[in-house]
Structures are given as structure tokens and as C-alpha cells.
Ligand binder design. Structure first.
Ligand SMILES: [Zn+2]
Length: 270
């Protein structure tokens, strides 16, 4: 047995949910630091967090995920500068995603892999929406992290087929996005291409259904968002809509529902 399969009921399950949610809140708080500093080329460990308004270091009691923001009513204790609601939202979203990953995968190596990917997705979504970039410093290490975790899981189970599928999926999505970036340079950046390889590996590990559904969902969600944004804009002014968040949302759809959508589509459930 490589994964601790918990019944989704009882004290042990809820205690695990509680601890994983706390872990998510803590990681989410760190992701706020990552999302602010990595695009600026700053260290994520030094110096301590400070208010961008008055420069006063954030006190430990004002650094409690979600709770501090509510206690402070979204304002700096020293200068009253508004603190974006994005901070508690990122912390709460990370906690929720961690619990969903636990729900889906149980407690094992796959939990570590997909919780890591969820955290990466939250940070990249936040950064891509604000500065239209997917920093190499965040995307490229994911290839190594997934290779190590997936190899460890395959070594334990003795089944290397999912690992091979992850390599194939990563190469396939990388090639697909690379082609799109060459053909249509205005729409796709090379940050998207590098992220596509990570997403392809993460989906391919799970199966062909998650890979196809996840990849297709990204384009579907991106197209819907594009239509909505164009329809609600007054002028025909060109806006570059970042595609990274839709790749990540599509990947989440592929992880959660890829197998069932694929089975329904190919009729193997009948
Ligand atoms: Zn301040």
C-alpha cells in the first residue's frame, strides 16, 4: 500500500482534513509572498514582510492567514493602507484546493505532487493575472519535482506505465503549445509553452482521459473568457488576455473529471 486511503468520515478523516487545511493556509500565506516577490526578482525568505505603504514590518499576530485580514478589516495596523482582498482569498483558495487534493488522492506521494501543483497553480494564476508572466523560477523546477515524485511512486508500485504516459503527455502538450506559439505568436507566449509541459506530465500521469479533457478544457475556458471579455468591452481595443490561468483551470478540470468525461464520451461505462 502506497497511499493511505481514508474513509471520508470519522474523527481521523476530519482531523486529517483540518491539518491539511491548516497546511494550505500556511502555504497560501507563503504563496502571497511568492506572487509579490518572484516577478520582482526578490528573495522569498528575506527580508521579513512589510507594509508596502509605510514599510512597517508585519507583526506575527497580523500575519495569521485569513484571520488577521478580517481582524484588521483589510487595513494596515500602522498606516491604514488597504490590504488587497487577494491575500486572504489566495490563502483560503489554497486551503480548499489542498483538501480537494486530499479528497481525490488520499494521503501519499500523489497528494504531495498534486498539492504542490495546486500551490504552483495558485501562485502562477495570481502572477499571470497581475503582470502577464509565468516566471521560469516557478515553472522550470516543477519538471524536476514531478520527475522525482512520479519516479518514486512508480518505483514503489513497480508500474512504470504512468511515468511513461507522463513523459508522453508532457512532450505532447509542450509540442502543441510550441506549435501554437510559432503559428500565432500574439496569442501564446513561451511561458505558456513551458507550463504546458508541466501540465501535460501531471495529466498524463493520471491517464489519457485527464490529458485530453484537461488540454481541451483550457482552450474551451480560454475561448469562453475571451468572448465574454470582448463582449463586455466598450471599445474594440486590443487586450492581451493571459492564457496561463485557463491552462491551470483546464488542468484542474482534467484532474477532477477527466476520467469520467472520457469514459462517458468513449462509452466504456455502458
Ligand atoms: Zn502600513
Amino acid at each position: 500500500m502506497t497511499t493511505l486511503e481514508l474513509e471520508h468520515t470519522g474523527a481521523l478523516w476530519w482531523a486529517t482534513v483540518f491539518l491539511v487545511a491548516l497546511l494550505g493556509l500556511g502555504i497560501g500565506s507563503f504563496l502571497n509572498v511568492v506572487a509579490w516577490r518572484v516577478p520582482r526578482g526578490e528573495s522569498v525568505t528575506h527580508p521579513r514582510s512589510a507594509c508596502p505603504g509605510c514599510g512597517h514590518p508585519v507583526r506575527a499576530r497580523d500575519n495569521v492567514p485569513v484571520v488577521s485580514w478580517m481582524v484588521l478589516r483589510g487595513k494596515c495596523r500602522d498606516c491604514g493602507e488597504p490590504i488587497s482582498v487577494r491575500y486572504p482569498l489566495i490563502e483560503a483558495a489554497t486551503a480548499l484546493l489542498f483538501v480537494l487534493v486530499l479528497w481525490h488522492f488520499g494521503l501519499g506521494i500523489e497528494f504531495v505532487a498534486y498539492a504542490y501543483l495546486a500551490a504552483l497553480g495558485v501562485a502562477l494564476t495570481s502572477i499571470d493575472l497581475s503582470v502577464h508572466r509565468l516566471p521560469n523560477a516557478l515553472v522550470l523546477p516543477a519538471y524536476g519535482v514531478l520527475a522525482v515524485l512520479f519516479a518514486a511512486q512508480s518505483f514503489i508500485t513497480g508500474d512504470w506505465w504512468p511515468f511513461a504516459r507522463a513523459v508522453i503527455g508532457g512532450a505532447a502538450l509542450f509540442a502543441l503549445y510550441f506549435g501554437a506559439a510559432i503559428v500565432y505568436p500574439g496569442g501564446m507566449g513561451f511561458g505558456d509553452v513551458k507550463l504546458a509541459g508541466v501540465i501535460g506530465a501531471a495529466l498524463g500521469w493520471l491517464g489519457w482521459g485527464p490529458l485530453v479533457v484537461g488540454a481541451f478544457s483550457a482552450f474551451l475556458l480560454g475561448a469562453i473568457a475571451g468572448v465574454v471579455i470582448i463582449a463586455t468591452k466598450k471599445s474594440g481595443r486590443r487586450t492581451r488576455i493571459p492564457f496561463g490561468p485557463w491552462m491551470i483551470a483546464g488542468a484542474a478540470v482534467g484532474v477532477a473529471w477527466g476520467d469520467s468525461v472520457w469514459d462517458a464520451y468513449t462509452g466504456t461505462w455502458a
